[in-house]
Design a protein around this ligand. Sequence first.
Ligand SMILES: [Zn+2]
Length: 250
Amino acid sequence: MADLNSKITLKLLIDDRSHKVLFGEADKDFVDFMFSLLTFPLGSVIKLLAPPTMIGSIGKLYQSVENLNEIYLVPNRDKSSLLQPKVSTNVKNHLLLDTEAIAELKYYICNHCNRKVTTVKSTVCPNCKQVMVTEAAFVVPSGSTSSATGAETGGEINAGGFVKGVITYMITDDLEVTPMSAISSITLMNRFSMKNDVQLMEKVVTVGMKEGLALLKASLDSPTALTDVFCSPNKKKAKPPPSSFVNYYD
Ligand SMILES: [Zn+2]
């Protein structure tokens, strides 16, 4: 499902003097990707960012699970549910998840009382004490369930993701996402140019796995995420990030 070569584009309005992003103009694919970050389990986020480079103590917590002997875990529980938790997503292009990370969780219903569901086959139904073995498929809502829903979404049947595709979205440097409007962008430009002597420049950037990962990291520890990822003048050369972060995908 994850296509590592697929790219998403984002149009940025940059102040070339201060090397700051004023805002970005994004379409559905980029907004879906950014919103999908909110659906990532914390364990996946830490795995992606490499635990030793995490700010705070959460990396140590992750490493504790890595180092813990399996004999201390309860039956039916393995470490991967904490270290590589499954993500259920219907975002077309989520950049950061490999196919293994995408949930193919199996569900088993009690077909005696039809009231309980479990992810572990042969669990005893607490309601009627029958063994739950009937597999049921999980359905990701995609807005395609009825023709009425299709009409509501402007005909975007099976669009997947989170937001509608016919609209352009504005994303600020600190990742506030709103539907694009001329008034809001002019307001933002005015606010910026009152404080600074600006030299506006438009730049179209592509967002692949590397940028997606950098956006995830920046979203957690920077109020200027877009600037950090796309136009920091000393982005790569001057200050290399910790080597484990750089080498994580090499
Ligand atoms: Zn039951």
